[in-house]
Design a protein around this ligand. Structure first.
Ligand code: TRP
Length: 357
């Protein structure tokens, strides 16, 4: 399963935290984008297993299992390890080292203004009980990205503040250690001598997919997700439970802001049928039941080939793909780290990272 992506293509990096297998929100927010981009870019896809420790430091066996599940999700939707590099964050030491350098260039106040951090503290009810490491993860993410010096970072909308911080820290590093001036355009940082490009963010087709509770963003931890690995019955049950607040099937239904139609718009390939369903719903001639039934059919048709492909991927396939990709990722990240250390007068000795088994 090993091949070498063409280095002539512009580089792209993105990744997922192993918090469980991936769901429909990931699909439209990011996976779909990656599918398109894997042919045009030299893609690096990372499993952020160290980030999973931020909230689950006592559940490491689960993190390991979820790590393998995510690679299965990737392969089953069509991401191809012969085209892209799939790798494991925890086995790329350069990332942890770069985190140290970037952390020194970031003010504590700036970090605490990051809206995603604020949101996570609120939504996950962390109060004052988050670890020191939790605050480190966005800086770690900056290092995940910049270790590969990518041009583009495709992510879901909630991740945009982290990419903004990445851009700030790339500029800051280049200014402090590489003689790049504050007037240099973002696009010119590397030609002006900077180690890091200022990468662009790219948000998916559906920036935020609502969960089956009809309120919050789809998320495993909120129990409102439809997973790519759900079986047909589970999908049907989850669709049936979607709450729209509509009293009776003969009331004029509201389409705007209705999660059933948000899903039809996102996943139903038959746009004409969706328009028809909306008209009938608004005029009170069909109920939620019919809309849900057709939704489950659409989702199951979409998920069926994904399920089939998933069943063909074994844990040992996944480990082989990760080992191969992580070796390549190390080759790249070590180069970047050496450049960064040289720029800030820490370039003493040279080294390589290699796996023994
Ligand atoms: N924080 C991202 C998420 O939870 C995962 C992630 C970690 C990531 N490092 C990254 C995404 C680097 C893009 C680039 O979805």
């Amino acid at each position: 399963m090993s091949a070498h992506p063409s280095p002539a293509r512009p580089r792209l990096l993105t990744g997922d935290t192993p918090t469980g297998s991936l769901h429909l929100g990931h699909f439209v927010g990011s996976l779909e984008n990656r599918l398109q981009l894997q042919d045009e870019y030299d893609c690096y896809f990372l499993i952020a297993n160290l980030h999973a420790l931020t909230t689950r430091s006592q559940e490491t066996a689960d993190i390991r299992r979820d790590t393998l599940e995510i690679v299965k999700d990737w392969v089953s939707v069509g991401l191809d390890p012969r085209k892209a590099t799939f790798f494991l964050q925890s086995e790329v030491p350069a990332i942890a080292e770069l985190t140290w350098y970037f952390a020194m260039l970031l003010g504590y106040g700036r970090l605490m203004k990051n809206p995603t951090i604020k949101d996570e503290i609120r939504v996950k009810n962390l109060g004052d009980n988050y670890s020191f490491g939790f605050l480190m993860y966005p800086v770690g993410q900056v290092a995940d990205i910049l270790a590969f010096r990518p041009k583009v970072v495709p992510v879901g909308e909630d991740q945009v503040p982290h990419i903004e911080m990445t851009r700030e820290l790339a500029r800051r590093f280049n200014q402090v250690y590489c003689g790049v001036t504050g007037k240099t355009d973002d696009a010119d940082h590397e030609t002006a001598g900077g180690v890091f490009p200022v990468p662009e963010v790219k948000v998916g087709r559906v920036a935020r997919l609502t969960g089956t509770d009809g309120k919050n963003k789809m998320s495993k931890s909120l129990g409102n997700a439809i997973f790519l690995s759900d079986d047909p019955k589970t999908v049907q049950k989850k669709c049936n439970k979607i709450f729209t607040g509509r009293q009776s099937a003969t009331d004029p239904g509201v389409v705007e802001g209705n999660v059933l139609f948000e899903y039809h718009d996102a996943f139903n390939p038959d746009a004409q049928r969706v328009t028809q369903l909306k008209e009938q719903y608004q005029s009170g001639s069909i109920g939620d039941g019919q809309v849900k039934k057709e939704l489950a059919e659409v989702l199951n048709a979409m998920l069926s080939p994904i399920r089939e492909k998933r069943a063909q991927v074994s844990d040992s396939d996944v480990l082989a793909v990760l080992r191969d990709g992580t070796q390549r990722a190390n080759d790249q990240a070590e180069k970047t780290l050496a450049m960064a250390k040289k720029a800030c007068d820490f370039g003493f000795f040279h080294r390589t990272v290699a796996f023994k088994d």
